[in-house]
Design a protein around this ligand. Sequence first.
Ligand SMILES: [Zn+2]
Length: 105
Amino acid sequence: MPPPCSRCASQRVINLETARKLGTAAGALVGSVKGAYTSLYAPGGLITVSARFPLSRIASAVVAATSGGVAGAAAAHQLVQHLFPPGEGTPWLCLGCGYAFRVLD
Ligand SMILES: [Zn+2]
């Protein structure tokens, strides 16, 4: 059971540790998809380019996906990290009023 919000007593709170993990995974996924997409559909046309340089094109898409994934994960991690209140205990974020607080286990 999550603790009630210490400001508005709402029960609609989420664990920020979980949110950070999910956000990092989602950020990596979004970054990868975006990186692969922009690389494959860059101006110049996929068909003509891939017919001439199929391997280098695929390699650059993989590199873009990897770097995009890392950047996306880092961005998501930073975003959630920014919400973390200072101190000890489990961090929670109230969805009712947006208040972030910690509860000692
Ligand atoms: Zn609240």
